[in-house]
Design a protein around this ligand. Structure first.
Ligand code: ADP
Ligand code: ZN
Ligand code: ZN
Length: 738
């Protein structure tokens, strides 16, 4: 027997090995094996078994690692698709389907010492008062980890050992699972009676789980009860003996979200563990969560992007909540989009896929319009709350001759004052941190720029620093113009960030309790939770922040949301700028009026008539969608075509440019066989220089991306670039190179 093995090297190649007779039956597709490779021993994964090999003189597999195969043939197939579509080496693809912690050679269960009370045999030995007290604690708990017990009973290990010597307790090592949520108690919840729209959506999904054919897009405004539909659909999958995966954006993967899912399945006939996978788990926790799923003890996996590879088997349902979120795209190889992987995996495994959003991506909505996905709609809030009233403020009219542009328009200022008076709460949103976005000298024209990137430095007032938000470069803010021939003390700061908003706000409302929430303001790990708790408990009046506060937060007493600068993201050189702005405005606006009192939203903008702002004001997704399609149609941007972005990077700009042109020429033949392909570039990336690297881009828009990707891999495989030039291939990119 021959085993084909993918090694953990980026070699884009598989190797054949002999299965020695003593390992017969143990080596399967998906097995982890140790093999000789040159002078070394390496780990790899068996991707196929065969009777014969075209390679001569095979070496034998040295050993099989672990009792169970880690990768099922299904997951292997998905990894193969990933490699081909996103143009990465098979081992890179395989790495993303198997977490690092699971791939390690040694089984990684943590052993801990546990103390158990034993039934006393014969006469009770004499004990000191101290020993008696400790024994009672052990007996009351029957079994507990030694470290916990020592703390609880404020005693030493020696005391417990004495009890062991007397035959009263036993100390033994046990495998302990690391459960990051172990300390939380969860109250079970029951399914809610659904409203008409929810019932219709659920019925369609449930019917499909039995057959496993289509993809659904669940379009429902914030608070329309999408989560309840997911929960009941998952229950149905469990009844059918199938499991489910729920993907949520990392930022929404809060303990509250996780708890909602755990609570529903924590008791009753459908009881199952819910495994959680996200990037903040320790390697050990990740290992344990993964195996809980692999062993079938957890039938439900919930997590961010990478949870799409969770080894749930058989798989009945994949939910992708907030499917429009950019964070589903992985920004390093393999550059996969978890939503798209979910759709492909669903097809491969006959599982139903439900994509949910209040503001679906253009791609998914278009797929509904052309019959590829089925559209389910929840047009109203389940809790009968009204949508907030959105007012757009034209900031051009707020401009005053003497003082320039104010941070707050008179309308928003008045609305805040009113809320403070009524003891209601306010959320203010600006997606840019720092105090000012640039530092200039009006006398000589000097602008403080980053030495590594083609951007100006942001001024942070409290720390008196200039910072680059791309590469992290930091320098002290100068007191005078750094130009040696000028040294004028009249430095001017322009552009607005959250720190300045906070500063101006506290001057306008000196008695208001204000808290800023951005990555500068959060110093410690629990700051995020603490500030939100304070806000919820009414200990704060105004919460001001970046996109950290844009989604998922429910505060019943928030009746006003102010968006300080709505056009901020609108004028970026990215064809999705309008779509992003629409989504962001809709999300932020959704934070207002979650309670009894109706909400109001003020959107401050310099281009108030822009469609993204106007359609968001009217809560009109379809209207926005129609006009956005019209804009994208002539240029064949997605959803009409797909994009692959080739970026060449290097420290020498001339060289980067030269090799970009070379790559472009080499693509000629391939492009010839794709008549619909549109090529742009090579051209400098919108942000030409980042982290000391110059970047040039070639963008190809084409309809049949899988075929193009395969052709592209062939072409790129034959190009040898100099060592100091790197080429990044990004299929279906979500960012255009900032
Ligand atoms: P979404 O996921 O669409 O934002 P949620 O599922 O979080 O909406 O629902 C919003 C609120 O409405 C929640 O408090 C939820 O408990 C409640 N809710 C959902 N469905 C119903 C229903 N059928 N009847 C009553 N309340 C519901
Ligand atoms: Zn100057
Ligand atoms: Zn920089």
């Amino acid at each position: 027997m021959i085993a084909r093995v993918t090694l953990e090297l980026a070699l884009r190649k598989e190797f054949d090995y002999l299965v020695p007779s003593e390992l017969d039956g143990q080596v399967q597709v998906g097995s982890r094996v140790q093999v000789p490779f040159g002078p070394r021993k390496m780990l790899g994964c068996v991707t196929a078994l065969a009777e014969e090999s075209a390679q001569g003189r095979l070496k034998p597999i040295l050993k099989v690692i672990g009792k169970e195969t880690l990768v099922t043939p299904k997951v292997l197939r998905l990894a193969r698709w990933l490699g081909e579509y996103y143009g990465c080496a098979p081992e890179t693809a395989l790495k993303s389907v198997l977490p690092e912690a699971v791939r390690r050679e040694r089984a990684n269960w943590r052993e801990r010492l546990f103390v158990m009370a034993l039934a006393p045999v014969g006469e009770m030995p004499r004990l000191s008062a101290r020993q008696k007290a400790v024994l009672e604690i052990i007996q009351a708990r029957r079994e507990s980890p030694l470290v916990e017990l020592l703390e609880l009973a404020s005693t030493t290990a020696a005391t417990v050992r004495h009890l062991e010597d007397k035959g009263l307790v036993r100390i033994a090592a046990q495998v302990a699972e690391r459960d990051p949520y172990a300390h939380e108690t969860i109250l079970p919840t029951q399914p809610l009676p659904l409203n008409v729209a929810q019932s219709a959506a659920l019925a369609a999904v449930v019917a499909d789980i039995d057959t496993g054919e289509h993809v659904f897009l669940l379009h429902g405004v914030t608070g329309s009860g999408k989560t309840e539909v997911y929960l009941q659909a998952m229950a149905h999958a469990l009844e059918q003996g199938k499991g489910a995966i729920v993907l949520v954006p990392e930022i929404s993967l809060t303990p509250q979200t996780v708890e909602r899912f755990k609570a529903r399945f924590s008791s009753g006939p459908l009881k199952t563990l819910v495994a959680v996978l996200h990037s903040h788990l320790s390697a050990g926790e990740r290992h344990d969560e993964w195996h809980k799923i692999r062993q079938g003890r957890a039938r439900i996996a919930i997590g961010a992007r990478s949870a799409v590879f969770a080894p749930v088997d058989p798989l009945g349902l994949i939910v992708v909540d907030e499917e429009h979120e950019q964070t589903y795209k992985q920004e390093e190889a393999p550059r996969y989009h978890a939503r798209d992987v979910a759709v492909v995996r669903g097809q491969m495994e006959g599982a139903t896929v439900v994509l949910g959003s209040a503001t679906p991506s253009m791609e998914s909505f278009y797929n509904c319009k052309r019959g590829k996905y089925r559209l389910l709609q929840l047009p109203e809030r389940a809790d009968d709350k009204k949508m907030p009233l959105v007012r757009v403020v034209d900031m051009r009219q707020a401009l005053r001759k003497d003082q320039g542009i104010p941070v707050f328009s008179p309308q928003l200022t008045e609305a805040i004052a009113q809320r403070l008076e009524r003891r209601e709460q306010v959320i203010l949103f600006l997606n840019r941190r720092g105090y000012a976005t640039s530092m200039q000298c009006p006398r000589c024209g000097y602008v403080a720029g980053c030495p590594n990137c083609s951007v100006s430095l942001t001024y942070h007032r409290q720390e008196q620093k200039l910072c680059c938000h791309i590469c992290g470069h930091v320098e002290a803010a100068p007191v005078a113009c750094p130009n040696p021939n000028c040294q004028s003390p009249q430095i001017r700061y322009a552009g607005l960030g959250t720190e300045k908003v906070e500063h101006v706000l506290s001057k306008l409302f000196p008695h208001a309790r204000i808290k800023r929430m951005d990555s500068d303001a959060l110093k410690r790990k629990d700051d995020f939770r603490r500030i939100l708790n304070d806000f919820r408990a009414g200990r704060l009046d105004v919460l001001l922040g970046t996109q950290m506060i844009a989604k998922g937060l429910h505060f019943p007493n928030v009746t006003l949301v102010g968006i300080i600068y709505a056009d901020l993201a609108l004028h970026q050189p990215d064809f999705r700028a309008g779509e992003r702005t629409f989504q962001l405005l809709t999300q932020v606006a959704g934070r207002a009026g979650r309670g009894e009192i109706e909400g109001e939203v003020f959107v401050q903008a310099f281009t108030p008539s822009h469609p993204a702002i106007q359609f968001a004001r009217r809560h009109d997704f379809e209207g926005f969608y129609e006009q956005e399609l019209e804009f994208r149609q002539p240029l064949k941007y997605p959803p009409f075509n797909r994009i692959v972005l080739l970026t060449l990077k290097g420290r020498n700009e001339e060289k980067v440019k030269f090799w970009s042109e070379h790559v472009r020429r080499e693509l000629e033949g391939l492009l010839g066989s794709f008549k619909d392909a549109i090529v742009a570039g090579p051209a400098p990336a919108p942000l030409l220089r980042a982290e000391t690297y110059y970047r040039y881009q070639i963008m190809v828009r084409v309809q049949r991306m899988m075929a193009f990707s395969q052709g592209l891999a062939g072409v790129l495989g034959s190009i040898v670039l100099p060592e100091d030039i790197t080429l990044v291939v990004d299929v279906d990119p979500v960012g255009m190179g900032f």
